[in-house]
Write a new protein. Structure first.
Length: 192
């Protein structure tokens, strides 16, 4: 997917929207955007269509990754479905690109808009890496640990759930969409 994004012009500082529920494809899309050097824009499909349109336009995203069959209204850029079966025939070699540096944009996340229009916050790699390495120093994960990804990736608090596990070779468990609203289902997931 990262190679496909690079072929479509995604480079350092390119903002790429990711419209997806919590799923392996969502995580793959986010990692592919970063691998291609771009910055991801998390778009929660539960958001009102007007908000999604505003965020895409305001962020300057020219490319949108979606789950199959989904789209964003009034988006004039290119939409690419993240369909793992269509990627099966792609080259498996490691994509070698000019890496993003610490000052490069990693993601753009929007405020809730509770006090008016949502505002985009640009987060650089160094800010995210500093936060994640601080978490690892304070609460060291081991290879046999599992991080439950339960927060919507459209909230800044999701960053540690999305990436921390990878720093130590731990694993991630993606809580099924909607389960985060039911404590009994969260407990069930933990037991499983």
């Amino acid at each position: 997917l990262a190679a496909r994004l690079a072929a479509r012009g995604v480079t350092k500082e390119s903002v790429v929207g990711v419209l997806s529920e919590r799923s392996p494809d969502m995580l793959i899309a986010v990692l592919a955007v970063l691998k291609a050097g771009g910055a991801y824009l998390p778009l929660d499909p539960a958001y009102p269509q007007e908000r999604l349109s505003y965020m895409l336009k305001d962020s300057g995203a020219a490319l949108l990754l979606t789950q199959p069959g989904w789209s964003a209204p009034n988006f004039s850029g290119e939409t690419l479905e993240v369909d793992m079966t269509s990627l099966a025939g792609e080259k498996a070699e490691n994509l070698v690109l000019t890496p993003a540096d610490s000052d490069s944009l990693a993601y753009v996340i929007y405020t809730s808009g509770s006090t008016g229009q949502p505002k985009g916050v640009a987060v650089e790699h160094r800010q995210a890496v500093s936060f994640l390495t601080g978490m690892q120093r304070q609460f060291p994960l081991q290879e046999d640990d599992i991080v439950m990804v339960k927060t919507s990736f459209s909230f800044d608090a999701s960053v540690w759930q999305l990436f921390w596990w990878a720093l130590s070779g731990a694993s991630a468990y993606l809580l099924p969409p909607g389960w985060e609203k039911d404590p009994a289902l969260i407990v069930k997931a933990i037991h499983q």
